[in-house]
Design a protein around this ligand. Sequence first.
Ligand SMILES: *[C@@H]1O[C@H](CO)[C@@H](O)[C@H](O)[C@H]1NC(C)=O
Ligand SMILES: *[C@@H]1O[C@H](CO)[C@@H](O)[C@H](O)[C@H]1NC(C)=O
Ligand SMILES: *[C@@H]1O[C@H](CO)[C@@H](O)[C@H](O)[C@H]1NC(C)=O
Ligand SMILES: *[C@@H]1O[C@H](CO)[C@@H](O)[C@H](O)[C@H]1NC(C)=O
Ligand SMILES: *[C@@H]1O[C@H](CO)[C@@H](O)[C@H](O)[C@H]1NC(C)=O
Ligand SMILES: *[C@@H]1O[C@H](CO)[C@@H](O)[C@H](O)[C@H]1NC(C)=O
Ligand SMILES: *[C@@H]1O[C@H](CO)[C@@H](O)[C@H](O)[C@H]1NC(C)=O
Ligand SMILES: *[C@@H]1O[C@H](CO)[C@@H](O)[C@H](O)[C@H]1NC(C)=O
Ligand SMILES: *[C@@H]1O[C@H](CO)[C@@H](O)[C@H](O)[C@H]1NC(C)=O
Ligand SMILES: *[C@@H]1O[C@H](CO)[C@@H](O)[C@H](O)[C@H]1NC(C)=O
Length: 721
Amino acid sequence: MVSFTTCVYIVLLGFGGLVRSYYTEPYRPQFHFSPQQNWMNDPNGLLYFNGTYHLFYQYNPNGTTWGFMSWGHAISTDLVHWQHLSIALECESDSNGNVLQMFFSGSAVVDVDNTSGFAVPVGKDRHGHVIYSQPMIAIYTSNYPTAHNQSNGVVIRAGQQSQSIAYSNDNGLTWTQYEGNPVIESPPPQYADQYQQFRDPFVFWHQPSSKWIMVASLAMKQILLIYSSDNLKNWTLESQFGPANARFGQWECPSIFPLYLDGNMQEEKWVLLMGINPGGVITASGSQYIVGSFNGTTFVADPSNVYDPTQIPAGSTVFQDFEEISSTFEEIGWNSTGDFAGLGPQNASTVQVWNIEGCLGIGVLTTYLFGDIATGTITSPTFNITNSYISFLIAGGYYPYNPSTAGTPDDNQVSFSLVVGGQIVYSETGTDTEDLVWRNWNVAGYIGQEAYLLVTDVNTGPFAHLHVDEIIFCNTPKNEANWFDFGPDLYAAATYNGLSVPDRTVIGWMNNWGYGQNIPTSPWRSAMSVPRNLALKTINSVVRLVQQPVPSLSSLYTSTLYSRWFTTLPSGETTINVPSPYNTQMKLSVTFKRGSGTKFGVILRSNATDTQETVIGYDFLGQSVFVDRFKAGDNSFVNWQPNPFPGRYVATLPIPSSNTITLNIFLDWSSVEVFDSTGQVAITSQIFPLDASAMVKLFSVGGTTKDLAVTVNGIKSSWTS
Ligand SMILES: *[C@@H]1O[C@H](CO)[C@@H](O)[C@H](O)[C@H]1NC(C)=O
Ligand SMILES: *[C@@H]1O[C@H](CO)[C@@H](O)[C@H](O)[C@H]1NC(C)=O
Ligand SMILES: *[C@@H]1O[C@H](CO)[C@@H](O)[C@H](O)[C@H]1NC(C)=O
Ligand SMILES: *[C@@H]1O[C@H](CO)[C@@H](O)[C@H](O)[C@H]1NC(C)=O
Ligand SMILES: *[C@@H]1O[C@H](CO)[C@@H](O)[C@H](O)[C@H]1NC(C)=O
Ligand SMILES: *[C@@H]1O[C@H](CO)[C@@H](O)[C@H](O)[C@H]1NC(C)=O
Ligand SMILES: *[C@@H]1O[C@H](CO)[C@@H](O)[C@H](O)[C@H]1NC(C)=O
Ligand SMILES: *[C@@H]1O[C@H](CO)[C@@H](O)[C@H](O)[C@H]1NC(C)=O
Ligand SMILES: *[C@@H]1O[C@H](CO)[C@@H](O)[C@H](O)[C@H]1NC(C)=O
Ligand SMILES: *[C@@H]1O[C@H](CO)[C@@H](O)[C@H](O)[C@H]1NC(C)=O
């Protein structure tokens, strides 16, 4: 009895206070990296060296929003368990409190050959020969908020961004800034005016040319500059790339790296990966990639990877280009209600459209008529679906169609939808810019059915308008960009230096500038995505960058907690029992075929009435994976309009010849990442559900789903296991 009590007491004292309460605050990621406290954004200086993965990151030591930017530091031996280290590069201020230097994003390398001259003797081997350090070099952007003169004579202008280096001879624990900083003071002369928007150097050793290569961004120009160097100090501009594809925002955090196509070492290709903000696939932040070649000086994109916005796919039919700007909607066969009654297409130059380069002419459908206050609907004539895709240009505010509020007083949609059989089967909204971007609906599953298009603007708030143009029917999608992730919360993706080509590993910032500084977490804000392995695969004769969580994540899996085969899953919802605590931290895998139903999926973090739920599914008609977080929990932390947080995210995934789809879903306390087994689809979303919403359900819509295998493994906390 005594020893039992003592034992309990020790457990409580030893672990109750320390281990059990570690990383258990509401929404605290259990198997994702997050700082113990304060604000974090981009991953920086990802470097594998001598058995250790280094993760540096943009960090505010002073608060939970952006500011005082410094490089935080953590290390891991498996990319799963992380040890926090002290700040590597800390924001510098003068005695009056003026910030002199912030350490913005960048990369890190190991200078094995002492090209930099930073190596120092660290001891002697058993033959008495001197052993030298292998210096770690960080290459980063010095952001100088305050004009000042440096002690080395360099004159700094207010707001200047320059590229600098620092070195460490103790494996990254302590850092010394190079006395000759900055190593690239200004952009090239033709871009001299961009000196405040020049950043995010990614550096790697290019063996064939025996040089260091840097790619850095002229963010507002959507241009990447490629430099080379022998010593990391003197840099020569070699070439530039861009703008291309997704380009209506800032290009940030670029990287360039080789991969083998289909695992064939003879077929090396190069990938440019970059963040774009705003102008991502959904709203604000996103990531795109471009595949091509690199010869030591110049990146050349594969022609198949550069999308001309004015080039519509061969064989397309133009359904409506809104060129008849002196006609009413009724006169062109459409109809309109509310404030749009009696009106028609407008001259794009006279309304608020910024980018019209994708337009084939001058006319555009717009709901920006006498400002944002105009409301009503605009409807196309009924047509029969004959092609696999409907593609169109769209711009405007982000007010998505939300099926659970549509038609109610809470309805705030400004949307463009496809109606088939009386149901909205697809809906798109703006991305909070006035730049027209291409979007595609895969309607292969609806061929032969009657449909119409519907613009609904019930909203009079700020940015509550939409522009739509160039509606085409085509058999291949009109691509605008290769999106790296189709969710809202994957930005500034960076890859590891120091690994072999097939081991290319990426970590992204799992947040979005559209709302990231407001997410309801404390005392930290922001997490990283799970680390993912990259590969290049030819799929349907197109080269695609594919991704999967790193295999080492499986070290956190519990034994199988639920496993079941359904020859047929009936229409409706089927609750499955996943024991606590793993109903909020799990890997859930589903493999399935289409039965008589049209959609299959999984509902996570739900309550009995589904008033709260995160829905992940597959649409057999649209041949797409979707994640719906309209009802996923708290979104009241966004207290402005439009609220960019609620939404439904869709990624095309054609049904393969096996007719079988596999989705792997990684659920943590405030995020869900969905991957398909081919790696083509990744959808990353944050969610902020109530603790009590922890039910797990399967669903099939409109009939059955066949040959369904469901497997659930819990994922243990990487912070306490
Ligand atoms: C690599 O790690 C081993 C074991 O920790 C250590 O003995 C060795 O000095 C390290 N090498 C370098 C170059 O840092
Ligand atoms: C934190 O903020 C205070 C006051 O705003 C400032 O004096 C201090 O230098 C900051 N610390 C860092 C590390 O930037
Ligand atoms: C590294 O370079 C510096 C400067 O050239 C030199 O002083 C030092 O001896 C070198 N160390 C090694 C190991 O070559
Ligand atoms: C920097 O030095 C120059 C002279 O070289 C002087 O004109 C200028 O005022 C100084 N700027 C600041 C911010 O101290
Ligand atoms: C950079 O190159 C210039 C000219 O080639 C040379 O004079 C200078 O010493 C070099 N600086 C460094 C830090 O290597
Ligand atoms: C690399 O390719 C570019 C563009 O094709 C070309 O101008 C340049 O000469 C090439 N450089 C090398 C080192 O082959
Ligand atoms: C469209 O508007 C622009 C700018 O006001 C004008 O120059 C152009 O002539 C107009 N085009 C047509 C077809 O009305
Ligand atoms: C508008 O068009 C839709 C679809 O063609 C049709 O159902 C509806 O009756 C039309 N409304 C008016 C007022 O013409
Ligand atoms: C759609 O196709 C059906 C069957 O061919 C035909 O009866 C109908 O009139 C068509 N509808 C439209 C709007 O073209
Ligand atoms: C479901 O969640 C909502 C919050 O979205 C809550 O108000 C409601 O009480 C919950 N219902 C059940 C049955 O748990």
